[in-house]
Design a protein around this ligand. Sequence first.
Ligand code: NCD
Length: 351
Amino acid sequence: MRNLVNILDLTTDEILGLVRLASDIMEHPDIYSESCKGKILGALFFEPSTRTRLSFTSAMMSLGGQVLGFDQAASSSVAKGETVSDTIRMVSAYSDIIAMRHPKEGAPIVASRVATVPVINAGDGGHFHPTQTLTDLLTIYKKKGRFDNLVIGVCGDLKYGRTVHSLIAAMSRYDNVRFVLISPEELMLPDYVKDDHLFQGGCEYVETENLESAIPSLDILYMTRIQAERFENREDYERLKDSYELTASKLIMAKEDLSIMHPLPRVTEINVDVDDDPRADYFDQAMYGRYIRMALILMLLGTKGIDDRRLEGEERAGVTCANPHCISRTERGIKKLFDEYGKCVYCDQYI
Ligand code: NCD
C-alpha cells in the first residue's frame, strides 16, 4: 500500500506519470468517470480548507466514487479527546482511501502507520502539503513545459508556508533549478528545508527581502499568504502581514513568459489588478488541483501490496521534540523517534 505523506514519497518518474495522467483526464474525462465506482474517500479535515477539500471531493466524485468525512475537528470525536491513530483506524474501516489535513506536524505519518488504506497528507501544520505541490507541478508542466532550467521566486511566509516547503523539496530534484527566497527576515525558510532539500539537491538559492528587485530574473513567481494561524503572537502577524503586495505596476520589468502562481487563498499579497494579466496563472492552478488529485487517487488505489509504512529512527532517553506543533508531543501511544542527526522523524525539526 502506498501513501503520500511527503512529496518525496513519489519518484520524479511517478510525478511525470501523474502529470501526464492528469492531462489525459482533462482531455477525456468520460473515460475515467466510473473508475472509482463503489470506492469511498474519507476526507478528514481537522483544519479549515476550501480548495483542497473541495477539489478532493470533486476528484472522487468525477471518478464515480463517494466521499465521507468532516471539515472541522470540532464536529469529530477529536473534540472528545480521541487520538489521530484511533480516528484513522475507524475511518480505514469506512473508506478505501483517506485524505487528511491536520494542524499538527507529522500527523499523517502517525496516521499512515495505523491505516489499512492509503493515506494522503492534505497539509500538516506548517510542515508539508504534497498535493498542493502536485497541483503546482501540473501548472508548471502546462505553463512552462519543463521542470528544469527554471528560476523560481517564492515570496511571503517561507517559515510557516507548507506549500513552499513541499514545492522546494520537489523542484530541488530537477536540473538547474534556482530559487530566489523572498521574505522578511523573521519568515525565512526553515533550516530543515534548506538542509534536506536545497543543500542535498545541490540547488542554488539567494535570500532577499526585496520583491521588486527579484522580479526581472524570474521564470516563476510563487506568492504566498502570511500564515496568520501559525503565529505564536498576534502582534508579530499584524506587523508582518502586509510585507508584500504584487501589483500590475511591479510587473513592468518581469519576463514576458513569467508564470505567477499562488496556492490560494490570497489576502493582500496579490492585488486584483494582476488578475487580468495573462501571466496570472493562479486560478488555472486551482482548477488543475481537481485533475491531479484524480490521477493521485487512481494511482494510490491501484498500488495494493507495496508497504511503505516503515519508520526509521530511535528513541533518545528523556528527549521530546522541541517543536510545539509536532504531533509526537500530543499523540498518546507513539514513540518519540529521532534520526541519527537528532531530527524528529515526524516533523523534521532538529532537537
Ligand atoms: C494553502 C494551505 O492550506 O497551506 N492552501 C491550499 O491548500 N490551497 C495555502 C494557504 O493556506 O495559504
